[in-house]
Write a protein that binds this ligand. Structure first.
Ligand SMILES: *[C@@H]1O[C@H](CO)[C@@H](O)[C@H](O)[C@H]1NC(C)=O
Ligand SMILES: *[C@@H]1O[C@H](CO)[C@@H](O)[C@H](O)[C@H]1NC(C)=O
Ligand SMILES: *[C@@H]1O[C@H](CO)[C@@H](O)[C@H](O)[C@H]1NC(C)=O
Ligand SMILES: *[C@@H]1O[C@H](CO)[C@@H](O)[C@H](O)[C@H]1NC(C)=O
Ligand SMILES: *[C@@H]1O[C@H](CO)[C@@H](O)[C@H](O)[C@H]1NC(C)=O
Ligand SMILES: *[C@@H]1O[C@H](CO)[C@@H](O)[C@H](O)[C@H]1NC(C)=O
Ligand SMILES: *[C@@H]1O[C@H](CO)[C@@H](O)[C@H](O)[C@H]1NC(C)=O
Ligand SMILES: *[C@@H]1O[C@H](CO)[C@@H](O)[C@H](O)[C@H]1NC(C)=O
Ligand SMILES: *[C@@H]1O[C@H](CO)[C@@H](O)[C@H](O)[C@H]1NC(C)=O
Ligand SMILES: *[C@@H]1O[C@H](CO)[C@@H](O)[C@H](O)[C@H]1NC(C)=O
Ligand SMILES: *[C@@H]1O[C@H](CO)[C@@H](O)[C@H](O)[C@H]1NC(C)=O
Ligand SMILES: *[C@@H]1O[C@H](CO)[C@@H](O)[C@H](O)[C@H]1NC(C)=O
Length: 769
């Protein structure tokens, strides 16, 4: 049988294919005569087959004539022989079995002593790697990835001194990389990603043929102090997601072949000492994010002149950004966020025609180095300057960044108005300007920003009306104008934005009714609406909430309309959650999938609470406090089985508290104070664990003895940002929340973008990368 080269490219790993073109199996098929499988080889294979319960074998084995004694074993599925000698030289049993089987030391496999290529990936193997593996001393390729191998790698692996490719990816191996591996001097590819190795990196220096090294996602907890400069062929050093400590392994930078260093998510510390760098460095990507580096960013970094990706984020770098960074002419992505950098943002960055992502957020930058010149071909797509100390007028030159998709200037002290020229940046999908000192009107230029998905201008000093041009942003999912001075009527016209999910008009000067008989209220996609602290008036008809269908739909992760954004070319990410929600676990998925909330508090609504609210059975938060609602508490509220917080305080509600509310087992915050309620308070745990003050000001309520006679502490309280504001507001717990800010980044940026989502989930973060 001919030796196939194509199958070696399984899983499409380019580097592996490449490797095999460089190192093909010995070319034995030149011989015209083909010998048959040797019987000892056939018997060894059949022995191996027997070691797996037959019903767990791959269909190909079960349903074809393969692996049948009466057929030449050299033509069996997955088997390749040496044409002359009839020895089995390659066995490709990838996904061969679904059994939870272990390889025994006496397995037939180890009788196939001529094997050069062995792929047992994803075979549901369990247990230790038997030391007999050392018998297969002709192996050049060994793939044991995606099994449940466990325990330590046997020292006998050092016998495989012809080995060029070794993958142990995604198993449960622990201990050290065995010392005996120093003898694997031909090893070019070593992938142990996703195990629990803790040590043994010292031997790496001996693996002088290494080209690709992947140590990511283990528990390595040593320093990388060994001199690696002798690895002349090394292209990629991947070691993220471990506990490496000590200084940066600068010996790597002496290797001119090196293209990538990934050491994010470790405990490396001290200054980033780059040591003696190769003058012909080819390093294209350097990622040391999520470590504990301190000191200045070394100006010598510019000697790594091929750098395209530089990620120093989430460290303790301080001082200014060295001007020399601007000489990295091929930089496409620069992430210095989450450090303690200060001073000016180097202007030369805007002149780059290659840079498409610049992240400097969460530092202490105070100004832009002037003059800011944006070149015509500037390709910046993502600009994140949030959470710095930028105390300057809104930068108009941003309008010249025609490819800009994500703009984050939030949490600074930008002043002046948002310029009309923003309409020139027609690629914008995400604008985050919250927590600045911006004034004036929102510009009427949104008709040009048809791709806009998210606009957050909360906590500024904006006045005037909501620009009607927002109606052209059909992809809008989040609109947050919280905490401004916008003086407008209720934006019924936004109701036609089918996928608007989050609308926050809180704390402005909105006024008038939120309902009228002639206008159809849309908002079918609404998940979070907060119109609190305005001057809205009027009563709401019974069926007011009847069409807010999104709030009653349970999406499984797969069919969620978001899944399109969560997939491989992710457009979606959540940069920050401004939700301070004490007492209940809150995580990303929860916020995104399940956070359904209505806050109409602090207005002048009157009439009855619309019974249709009971149809929103996915609702988690409901705040109608501080209005003039009258009548009974609608019994339909008892249908809101997922409700966690309910605030009806400071209204004119009368009658009894529906006993059905006592069944709401997730309800952890309740406030019915200052109404005219009477009768027995439900005796359920949820009610009885509230503070007494939650029911005060209702002179005819009873059944409060338990909660009013004990000092309750640790009652979950919902507070808003800024925290001080609500805490000083009142001594009573206030149900008062702000919104999960969802933002959207350019899809091409998937990996980096996901990095933001999972900052608090180290594990996923690294998988995402
Ligand atoms: C092996 O192949 C022969 C004919 O080629 C067939 O009769 C026999 O049933 C096969 N055995 C198995 C176990 O499939
Ligand atoms: C496989 O079997 C071992 C015991 O032999 C057991 O500990 C392990 O959980 C099993 N794994 C699976 C996936 O069934
Ligand atoms: C492995 O090789 C040793 C000798 O090197 C031999 O004794 C042993 O039987 C072999 N094991 C197997 C499973 O073939
Ligand atoms: C490496 O191989 C040599 C020769 O085969 C052997 O003597 C030595 O013990 C091996 N080293 C280790 C650490 O196994
Ligand atoms: C491994 O490398 C170290 C230092 O480079 C060297 O002293 C040692 O002899 C090497 N071991 C082998 C087995 O090559
Ligand atoms: C490990 O890193 C190498 C680059 O050296 C890469 O080719 C390989 O796909 C990575 N392995 C996994 C499992 O991601
Ligand atoms: C920058 O990239 C271009 C095009 O890929 C390449 O020709 C050039 O050599 C690179 N410059 C440096 C300094 O690496
Ligand atoms: C916006 O674009 C128009 C024409 O498309 C141009 O005349 C104007 O100078 C641009 N404004 C800015 C600030 O770039
Ligand atoms: C903005 O939209 C208007 C009307 O659609 C169009 O005439 C104008 O050219 C657009 N401006 C830019 C800068 O795209
Ligand atoms: C809102 O604007 C109207 C005029 O359009 C004005 O009468 C009213 O005082 C304004 N309200 C606030 C709170 O500024
Ligand atoms: C209802 O609201 C729409 C949109 O704000 C407005 O144009 C209309 O005049 C209102 N109708 C009544 C009867 O108030
Ligand atoms: C709900 O939608 C229907 C049409 O689908 C409409 O007739 C009705 O007026 C809507 N109700 C409200 C309160 O908007």
């Amino acid at each position: 049988m001919m030796i196939r080269s194509q199958p070696y490219c399984f899983r499409g790993i380019v580097t592996i294919c490449f490797f095999f073109f460089l190192h093909p199996l010995p070319n034995t098929f030149a011989s015209p005569t083909r010998s048959l499988c040797r019987h000892d080889q056939r018997d060894a294979l059949l022995e191996l087959k027997k070691e797996f319960p037959s019903h767990t074998l791959n269909d190909k084995l079960a349903t074809t004539l393969s692996w049948n004694k009466s057929v030449d074993c050299c033509s069996w599925w997955g088997v390749t022989c040496d044409d002359v000698l009839g020895q089995v030289i390659s066995l490709e049993l990838q996904s061969y079995s679904t059994a939870n089987t272990s390889l025994k030391a006496s397995s037939g496999l180890f009788k196939l002593q001529h094997l050069r290529h062995l792929d047992l990936s994803d075979c549901s193997l369990h247990g230790e790697i038997p030391s007999s593996i050392g018998n297969l001393s002709h192996l050049t390729y060994l793939d044991l990835s995606f099994n449940q191998f466990i325990g330590e790698v046997p020292p006998s692996i050092g016998n495989l001194n012809q080995l060029r490719y070794l993958s142990l990816w995604s198993n449960d191996l622990k201990g050290n990389i065995p010392t005996s591996m120093v003898n694997l001097t031909k090893l070019s590819d070593l992938d142990v990603k996703g195990n629990q190795f803790t040590g043994g990196v010292i031997i790496l220096a001996n693996l002088t043929s290494l080209s690709e090294l992947n140590l990511s996602y283990n528990n390595f907890n040593s320093s990388i102090s060994v001199d690696l400069s002798g690895l002349h062929n090394l292209k990629r050093f991947i070691g993220d997601g471990n506990s490496f400590f000590g200084p940066f392994p600068s010996s790597l930078l002496m290797i001119s072949s090196l293209r990538m260093i990934t050491l994010g998510g470790n405990q490396l510390e001290g200054p980033l000492d780059l040591g003696n760098m190769s003058s012909s460095s080819n390093l294209g990507s350097l990622d040391v994010s999520y470590n504990k580096f301190s000191g200045l960013i070394p100006p010598s970094i510019s000697k790594l002149h091929s750098l395209a990706v530089l990620d120093l984020s989430h460290n303790n770098f301080k001082g200014i950004v060295p001007r020399s960074i601007s000489s990295l002419v091929n930089l496409t992505s620069l992430d210095l966020s989450y450090n303690k950098l200060e001073g000016q943002i180097p202007s030369l960055l805007w002149r780059s025609s290659t840079l498409w992502s610049l992240e400097l957020s969460h530092n202490m930058f105070s100004s832009f180095n002037k003059p800011v010149e944006v070149v015509d071909g500037a390709s910046l797509r993502e600009l994140r300057l949030g959470s710095n100390s930028l105390q300057v007028p809104f930068p108009h030159w941003i309008c010249k960044l025609k490819d800009l998709s994500a703009l984050d200037l939030s949490n600074n002290q930008f002043t002046g108005s948002i310029p009309q020229c923003l309409k020139n940046a027609t690629s914008l999908t995400e604008i985050r300007l919250q927590n600045n000192s911006l004034s004036g009107f929102l510009p009427e230029s949104f008709s040009n920003l048809t791709g806009l998905k998210s606009l957050d201008v909360s906590h500024n000093d904006l006045v005037g009306k909501l620009p009607r041009s927002l109606i052209h942003c059909k992809l809008m999912r989040l609109l947050n104008v919280d905490g401004n001075k916008i003086n407008d009527t209720f934006p019924f016209w936004l109701g036609s934005l089918q996928i608007l999910k989050i609308l926050v008009l809180r704390s402005n000067a909105f006024h008038g009714p939120v309902y009228n008989t002639t206008t159809y209220l849309g908002f079918r996609g609404m998940r979070i609406i907060n119109i609190a602290n305005n001057n809205f008036v009027g009563s709401l008809p019974k069926d007011y909430f009847a069409n807010w269908t999104e709030m009653s739909i349970v999406w499984s992760n797969e069919d969620s309309p978001e899944s399109e954004y969560m997939g491989d070319d992710s457009h979606m990410y959540e940069d920050s959650i401004d939700l301070v929600y004490k007492g209940v676990e809150t995580d990303f998925k929860r916020i995104f999938q399940a956070f359904k909330a209505i806050d109409f508090s602090g207005n002048r609504f009157s009439g009855h609470i619309p019974g249709s609210i009971g149809e929103l059975n996915e609702l988690r938060f409901l705040n109608l406090s501080g209005n003039a609602f009258t009548g009974n508490i609608p019994p339909s509220l008892s249908n809101l089985a997922k409700l966690e917080a309910l605030d009806l305080s400071r209204n004119n509600l009368s009658g009894e508290i529906p006993q059905g509310l006592g069944k709401l087992s997730f309800l952890s915050y309740i406030n019915f104070s200052h109404n005219h309620l009477r009768g027995l308070v439900p005796q359920s745990t949820q009610f009885q664990s509230q503070k007494c003050s939650s029911f005060m000001g209702n002179s005819r309520l009873y059944g409060l003895e338990k909660m009013c006679n004990e000092n309750h502490v640790n009652v979950p309280v919902l507070t808003s940002q800024p925290l001080q504001e609500s805490l000083s507001d009142s001594k009573e717990p206030v149900l008062n929340w702000i919104v999960a800010a969802i933002a959207y980044g350019p899809g091409v940026f998937c990996g980096l973008v996901l990095g933001h989502i999972f900052t608090s989930h180290k594990h996923e973060w690294f998988i995402a990368r």
